[in-house]
Design a protein around this ligand. Structure first.
Ligand SMILES: C[S@@+](CC[C@H](N)C(=O)[O-])C[C@H]1O[C@@H](n2cnc3c(N)ncnc32)[C@H](O)[C@@H]1O
Length: 217
């Protein structure tokens, strides 16, 4: 993703992904509630695979803290400590995220008071197509808008300059097949969430009246 905060940066062009993430939030709530009912870790270890750079990387953390706190309150459990491992490729702008952490920690305390356990944010650079963690070390793997990206390694310059988007958009059957064949996981809930591309154009606004050329651009 494009780093920095310019017009074409991911930071300024991630509204569509934010809206998708919010659409999937009920699934995350259900998952965390189940995790807490069956097993309440003292330190909740969470990774965000393909976190990128920009506001969504930290929004995931804030959402998860809220959901865990709600789960703990309703199950009458102590809130845990949190350890978040932000994962993305080695070239990701992790330093930009780190620089925004002091403000983020301050806002967490302002917004949520002191009712949540301490929160530690780490980076785990590397490809999620390889091993990133020792076995049995993570309580929750979260990923949004990332697992469809294919790691192409180095590509030829002509491809770089062409309209080459290295994504693979599989069918539902293909996803189910890959998960079942690999064998480490079973599918508990499987949904297709759709969102029109124009949802990413402006926050809170009604995009349906926008001129076609603006939408296309
Ligand atoms: C569209 S961004 C999504 C960012 C964020 N999760 C969100 O929802 O806004 C996709 C991210 O996946 C990362 N990515 C792609 N392939 C990856 C891989 N093999 N391992 C780790 N991260 C990867 C990209 O570098 C990019 O930052």
């Amino acid at each position: 993703m494009n780093g920095g905060k310019g017009e074409r940066s991911y930071t300024n062009n991630c509204l569509l992904q934010k809206k998708l993430m919010l659409k999937a939030k009920p699934i995350l709530e259900e998952t965390i509630m189940r995790l807490y009912r069956d097993f309440s870790p003292n330190c909740m270890k969470v990774t965000n695979l393909g976190c990128s750079v920009g506001p969504n990387a930290l929004l995931v953390i804030s959402n998860i803290i809220d959901i865990v706190n709600t789960a703990c309150t309703s199950l009458n459990r102590e809130p845990p400590k949190f350890q978040f491992y932000l994962n993305d490729l080695f070239g990701n702008g992790f330093n930009t995220i780190f620089k925004s952490l002091p403000n983020f920690y301050t806002r967490l305390v302002e917004d949520k008071g002191h009712k949540f356990g301490p929160c530690f944010v780490n980076a785990t650079p590397g490809s999620f197509y390889g091993r990133l963690f020792p076995s049995n070390s993570i309580n929750l793997f979260h990923s949004s808008n990332s697992l469809h990206w294919l790691s192409q390694g180095l590509i030829e310059e002509e491809k770089l300059d062409s309209f080459n988007i290295p994504v693979y958009e599989p069918t539902v059957e293909e996803i189910r097949h890959v998960i079942e064949e690999e064998g480490s996981f079973f599918v508990q809930r499987f949904e297709i969430l759709t969102l029109p591309w124009v949802e990413g154009l402006n926050e809170g606004g009604d995009n349906s009246f926008l001129d076609g050329n603006i939408k296309a651009r």
